[in-house]
Design a binder for this molecule. Structure first.
Ligand SMILES: [Zn+2]
Length: 256
Protein backbone atom coordinates (compact mmCIF):
# COMPACT_ATOMS: atom_id res chain seq x y z
CA UNK A 1 0.00 0.00 0.00
CA UNK A 2 1.44 3.36 -1.04
CA UNK A 3 1.66 5.98 1.62
CA UNK A 4 -0.51 8.98 1.04
CA UNK A 5 2.06 11.62 1.95
CA UNK A 6 -0.27 14.48 1.16
CA UNK A 7 -2.91 13.17 3.56
CA UNK A 8 -0.33 12.49 6.25
CA UNK A 9 1.00 16.02 5.97
CA UNK A 10 -2.50 17.38 6.14
CA UNK A 11 -3.15 15.39 9.28
CA UNK A 12 0.11 16.55 10.85
CA UNK A 13 -0.75 20.10 9.90
CA UNK A 14 -4.14 19.78 11.56
CA UNK A 15 -2.65 18.35 14.72
CA UNK A 16 -0.19 21.19 14.90
CA UNK A 17 -2.97 23.67 14.38
CA UNK A 18 -5.00 21.97 17.10
CA UNK A 19 -2.26 21.91 19.68
CA UNK A 20 -1.58 25.62 19.21
CA UNK A 21 -5.18 26.41 19.85
CA UNK A 22 -4.89 25.59 23.56
CA UNK A 23 -3.50 27.94 26.16
CA UNK A 24 -0.86 26.19 28.18
CA UNK A 25 -0.72 27.88 31.59
CA UNK A 26 2.84 28.97 32.39
CA UNK A 27 4.24 29.03 35.91
CA UNK A 28 3.67 32.30 37.74
CA UNK A 29 1.20 34.98 36.77
CA UNK A 30 -0.63 35.40 33.47
CA UNK A 31 -3.16 38.04 32.59
CA UNK A 32 -5.96 36.71 30.47
CA UNK A 33 -9.26 38.00 29.13
CA UNK A 34 -12.22 35.76 28.42
CA UNK A 35 -13.77 36.83 25.12
CA UNK A 36 -17.48 36.61 24.29
CA UNK A 37 -18.41 33.40 22.49
CA UNK A 38 -21.27 31.57 24.25
CA UNK A 39 -24.56 33.38 24.76
CA UNK A 40 -24.78 34.42 28.44
CA UNK A 41 -21.97 32.06 29.44
CA UNK A 42 -18.22 32.34 29.84
CA UNK A 43 -17.48 28.68 29.15
CA UNK A 44 -18.70 25.35 27.86
CA UNK A 45 -17.88 22.01 29.46
CA UNK A 46 -17.10 18.47 28.41
CA UNK A 47 -16.36 15.21 30.17
CA UNK A 48 -13.06 13.54 29.35
CA UNK A 49 -10.97 10.55 30.36
CA UNK A 50 -7.34 11.34 31.04
CA UNK A 51 -4.04 9.51 30.98
CA UNK A 52 -5.10 6.02 29.92
CA UNK A 53 -2.02 4.24 28.65
CA UNK A 54 -0.49 7.58 27.64
CA UNK A 55 -3.43 8.30 25.33
CA UNK A 56 -4.32 11.96 25.03
CA UNK A 57 -7.49 12.86 26.93
CA UNK A 58 -10.62 11.91 24.98
CA UNK A 59 -14.30 12.67 25.26
CA UNK A 60 -16.37 10.19 27.25
CA UNK A 61 -18.90 8.67 24.78
CA UNK A 62 -21.43 8.25 27.62
CA UNK A 63 -21.35 11.81 28.93
CA UNK A 64 -20.94 13.33 25.46
CA UNK A 65 -23.40 11.36 23.32
CA UNK A 66 -25.22 9.05 25.75
CA UNK A 67 -23.44 6.01 24.30
CA UNK A 68 -21.73 3.14 26.11
CA UNK A 69 -18.36 3.96 27.67
CA UNK A 70 -16.20 1.01 28.65
CA UNK A 71 -13.89 3.19 30.77
CA UNK A 72 -16.78 4.51 32.89
CA UNK A 73 -18.08 0.98 33.26
CA UNK A 74 -14.71 -0.46 34.20
CA UNK A 75 -14.04 2.39 36.66
CA UNK A 76 -17.44 1.82 38.33
CA UNK A 77 -16.64 -1.87 38.79
CA UNK A 78 -13.27 -0.99 40.29
CA UNK A 79 -14.93 1.49 42.65
CA UNK A 80 -17.42 -1.09 43.84
CA UNK A 81 -14.61 -3.47 44.81
CA UNK A 82 -14.36 -1.20 47.81
CA UNK A 83 -10.67 -1.50 48.59
CA UNK A 84 -8.37 1.53 48.67
CA UNK A 85 -6.13 0.43 45.78
CA UNK A 86 -9.04 -0.27 43.40
CA UNK A 87 -10.76 2.95 44.38
CA UNK A 88 -7.58 4.91 43.76
CA UNK A 89 -7.37 3.41 40.29
CA UNK A 90 -11.10 4.00 39.70
CA UNK A 91 -10.66 7.67 40.60
CA UNK A 92 -7.88 8.05 38.07
CA UNK A 93 -10.17 6.61 35.38
CA UNK A 94 -13.38 8.48 36.16
CA UNK A 95 -14.46 11.20 33.76
CA UNK A 96 -13.20 14.67 34.57
CA UNK A 97 -15.38 17.65 33.86
CA UNK A 98 -13.41 20.29 32.03
CA UNK A 99 -14.49 23.83 31.25
CA UNK A 100 -13.33 25.67 28.15
CA UNK A 101 -13.28 29.43 27.56
CA UNK A 102 -11.89 31.34 24.60
CA UNK A 103 -9.31 33.84 25.83
CA UNK A 104 -6.59 36.26 24.78
CA UNK A 105 -3.35 36.32 26.72
CA UNK A 106 -2.08 39.78 27.57
CA UNK A 107 1.59 40.34 26.82
CA UNK A 108 1.85 37.26 24.60
CA UNK A 109 3.54 37.27 21.21
CA UNK A 110 0.23 37.82 19.46
CA UNK A 111 -2.24 39.43 21.83
CA UNK A 112 -5.04 39.08 19.33
CA UNK A 113 -4.69 35.35 18.95
CA UNK A 114 -7.67 33.70 20.58
CA UNK A 115 -6.84 30.49 22.44
CA UNK A 116 -8.98 27.89 24.19
CA UNK A 117 -8.28 27.51 27.88
CA UNK A 118 -9.33 24.27 29.61
CA UNK A 119 -9.71 24.29 33.40
CA UNK A 120 -11.42 22.42 36.26
CA UNK A 121 -14.82 23.14 37.79
CA UNK A 122 -13.36 24.65 40.98
CA UNK A 123 -11.80 27.43 38.93
CA UNK A 124 -14.97 27.87 36.88
CA UNK A 125 -16.87 28.44 40.13
CA UNK A 126 -14.32 31.02 41.20
CA UNK A 127 -14.72 32.88 37.90
CA UNK A 128 -18.52 32.71 38.24
CA UNK A 129 -18.06 34.30 41.68
CA UNK A 130 -16.32 37.25 39.99
CA UNK A 131 -19.08 37.45 37.33
CA UNK A 132 -21.75 37.52 40.06
CA UNK A 133 -20.04 40.43 41.81
CA UNK A 134 -21.87 43.58 40.61
CA UNK A 135 -18.64 45.59 40.66
CA UNK A 136 -17.43 43.51 37.69
CA UNK A 137 -20.55 42.45 35.78
CA UNK A 138 -19.90 40.88 32.38
CA UNK A 139 -16.17 40.22 32.48
CA UNK A 140 -16.14 39.27 28.78
CA UNK A 141 -17.67 42.56 27.62
CA UNK A 142 -15.71 44.02 24.68
CA UNK A 143 -15.91 47.60 25.96
CA UNK A 144 -16.05 47.27 29.74
CA UNK A 145 -14.88 43.77 30.54
CA UNK A 146 -12.36 42.67 33.13
CA UNK A 147 -8.99 40.97 32.70
CA UNK A 148 -8.23 38.09 35.03
CA UNK A 149 -4.97 37.38 36.81
CA UNK A 150 -4.26 33.68 36.71
CA UNK A 151 -1.64 32.35 39.08
CA UNK A 152 -0.03 28.93 38.78
CA UNK A 153 2.16 27.72 41.63
CA UNK A 154 3.59 24.36 42.63
CA UNK A 155 2.71 23.41 46.19
CA UNK A 156 4.76 20.85 48.12
CA UNK A 157 5.33 17.60 46.28
CA UNK A 158 2.16 17.83 44.20
CA UNK A 159 3.27 17.62 40.53
CA UNK A 160 0.17 19.55 39.42
CA UNK A 161 0.32 23.30 39.92
CA UNK A 162 -2.35 25.01 41.99
CA UNK A 163 -4.26 27.58 40.00
CA UNK A 164 -5.90 30.65 41.47
CA UNK A 165 -7.69 33.53 39.84
CA UNK A 166 -8.57 37.10 40.69
CA UNK A 167 -9.95 40.05 38.77
CA UNK A 168 -8.04 43.16 37.72
CA UNK A 169 -9.24 46.22 39.60
CA UNK A 170 -10.24 48.17 36.54
CA UNK A 171 -12.48 47.34 33.63
CA UNK A 172 -10.94 47.64 30.17
CA UNK A 173 -11.55 47.35 26.45
CA UNK A 174 -10.81 43.96 24.91
CA UNK A 175 -8.64 45.52 22.16
CA UNK A 176 -7.56 49.14 22.08
CA UNK A 177 -5.77 49.23 18.75
CA UNK A 178 -8.18 47.73 16.22
CA UNK A 179 -11.47 48.89 14.75
CA UNK A 180 -14.81 47.52 15.96
CA UNK A 181 -15.15 45.79 12.62
CA UNK A 182 -11.80 44.01 12.95
CA UNK A 183 -12.69 43.00 16.50
CA UNK A 184 -16.02 41.60 15.31
CA UNK A 185 -14.23 39.65 12.59
CA UNK A 186 -11.74 38.16 15.07
CA UNK A 187 -14.51 37.09 17.43
CA UNK A 188 -16.57 35.70 14.57
CA UNK A 189 -13.73 33.40 13.48
CA UNK A 190 -13.18 31.50 16.73
CA UNK A 191 -13.15 27.78 15.89
CA UNK A 192 -15.42 25.56 17.97
CA UNK A 193 -13.54 23.79 20.77
CA UNK A 194 -15.20 20.47 19.95
CA UNK A 195 -13.13 20.00 16.81
CA UNK A 196 -9.94 20.00 18.90
CA UNK A 197 -11.02 17.42 21.47
CA UNK A 198 -10.29 13.76 20.76
CA UNK A 199 -13.29 11.59 20.13
CA UNK A 200 -13.40 7.79 20.28
CA UNK A 201 -16.28 5.52 19.31
CA UNK A 202 -17.66 3.15 21.99
CA UNK A 203 -15.85 0.29 20.19
CA UNK A 204 -12.53 2.14 20.24
CA UNK A 205 -12.94 2.84 23.95
CA UNK A 206 -13.75 -0.82 24.56
CA UNK A 207 -10.65 -1.83 22.64
CA UNK A 208 -8.56 0.48 24.80
CA UNK A 209 -9.98 -1.02 28.00
CA UNK A 210 -9.45 -4.56 26.70
CA UNK A 211 -5.87 -3.76 25.80
CA UNK A 212 -4.97 -1.91 28.99
CA UNK A 213 -6.94 -3.62 31.74
CA UNK A 214 -8.58 -6.90 30.79
CA UNK A 215 -7.37 -10.42 30.17
CA UNK A 216 -8.76 -12.13 27.04
CA UNK A 217 -11.55 -14.01 28.84
CA UNK A 218 -12.74 -10.88 30.62
CA UNK A 219 -12.73 -8.94 27.37
CA UNK A 220 -15.18 -11.41 25.77
CA UNK A 221 -17.56 -11.15 28.72
CA UNK A 222 -17.45 -7.37 28.59
CA UNK A 223 -18.06 -7.31 24.87
CA UNK A 224 -21.40 -9.14 25.46
CA UNK A 225 -22.28 -6.53 28.08
CA UNK A 226 -21.49 -3.78 25.61
CA UNK A 227 -23.99 -5.13 23.12
CA UNK A 228 -26.64 -5.39 25.82
CA UNK A 229 -26.01 -1.83 26.92
CA UNK A 230 -26.00 -0.41 23.39
CA UNK A 231 -29.60 -1.54 22.96
CA UNK A 232 -30.95 0.25 25.99
CA UNK A 233 -28.58 3.19 26.35
CA UNK A 234 -30.55 5.54 24.12
CA UNK A 235 -33.58 5.36 26.41
CA UNK A 236 -31.57 5.97 29.52
CA UNK A 237 -31.81 9.27 31.27
CA UNK A 238 -28.29 10.29 32.20
CA UNK A 239 -29.51 12.67 34.86
CA UNK A 240 -30.80 9.73 36.88
CA UNK A 241 -27.33 8.35 37.17
CA UNK A 242 -26.17 10.67 39.93
CA UNK A 243 -25.25 7.96 42.38
CA UNK A 244 -22.32 7.36 44.69
CA UNK A 245 -19.96 7.11 41.79
CA UNK A 246 -21.01 10.50 40.42
CA UNK A 247 -20.44 11.95 43.88
CA UNK A 248 -16.97 10.50 43.81
CA UNK A 249 -16.34 12.25 40.44
CA UNK A 250 -17.34 15.52 42.05
CA UNK A 251 -15.08 14.99 45.03
CA UNK A 252 -12.25 14.20 42.69
CA UNK A 253 -12.87 17.33 40.63
CA UNK A 254 -12.91 19.50 43.71
CA UNK A 255 -9.56 18.12 44.65
CA UNK A 256 -8.01 19.08 41.30
ZN1 LIG B 1 -16.71 7.46 30.08
Amino acid sequence: MALDIKKMKERLGNQKKGSNVFFSVPKGESIIRIVPFFPNEIATNYFLHYGINKNPAFLCPKRTDGEYCAVCDFASQMWKENDPESQKMAKSLFVKKRFYSPIVVRGSENEKEIKWWGYPETLYNEICGICDDPSYGDISDIENGTDLILKSVLVGKNPFPKLSIKAQRNTSKLFTDISDEECKKLLGNIPDILQFLYKKTPDQVQELVNKCFLSEGDAEEVSKETRKYSKSSKEENLEDEKDDIAKAFDELENGV
